[in-house]
Design a protein around this ligand. Sequence first.
Ligand SMILES: Nc1ncnc2c1ncn2[C@@H]1O[C@H](COP(=O)(O)OP(=O)(O)OP(=O)(O)O)[C@@H](O)[C@H]1O
Ligand SMILES: [Mg+2]
Length: 240
Amino acid sequence: MAIVKVDNLSVQFAAKGGIKTAVAGASFALEQGETFSLIGASGCGKSTILRVLAGLQRDWKGDVELMGNRITAGKRFQGALRREVQMVFQDPYASLHPNHTIWRTLAEPLKIHGESEIEARVAEALEQVGLPSEAAKRYPHQLSGGQRQRVAIARALLLRPKILLLDEPTSALDMSVQAEILNLLNRLKQLHGMTYLLVSHDADVIAHMSDRAAFMANGVIERSFDRAALVNGEHRMAHA
Ligand SMILES: Nc1ncnc2c1ncn2[C@@H]1O[C@H](COP(=O)(O)OP(=O)(O)OP(=O)(O)O)[C@@H](O)[C@H]1O
Ligand SMILES: [Mg+2]
């Protein structure tokens, strides 16, 4: 069963001199447990699609189903969906509050969702991403880029999501740290049985991570690649 179904999704923005169509009737589906990636040139609409699926972009048209629930444009996500879909952003520095300790960053979402045993859950979250428990006392600027992205991943996992939306999760990191974070993401996916929707500019990252990928241009999906095509490197040509 498809865990994410996107049919004919369109997103438009009011822009100078008229309307900007960011997503122009994109359709795709994710099977449970797979990593599906979106590739394509800057501005083709990848992040906008992820923002719709995260409930951050509420103005859109089309049919979208998450975990069998049809979502409605203009509305906040209801019930379990609010925890089941989480997003990790490209720039962990921008996505973490600079004046909040890591403890606060991780404890707050748990409190908002009425969870108990906050202390144990924060400790578990840090441990899962390979950070020492004393990292909780620090502020984002007191961590390395890779550690900050580990915190962002820990925060995304706190509510035990089923679907993780990863928007260029390692492109702000240097190569060796990038590999560590990608391997961490793969381990966590196995451990928790998650499904990933990944955006990356990097053809190696796509080949390493994905079961399938789709190439976008001008707000639509132009081509899809199965695992064999990715192993063959066919997506590299499309991306060039
Ligand atoms: N809030 C917004 N208001 C106006 N235009 C927007 C807004 N968000 C995105 N756009 C425009 O929509 C188009 C798609 O943007 P999007 O961020 O989805 O691209 P992308 O594929 O993620 O690009 P990149 O690879 O550079 O991250 C771009 O032309 C962008 O300028
Ligand atoms: Mg983007």
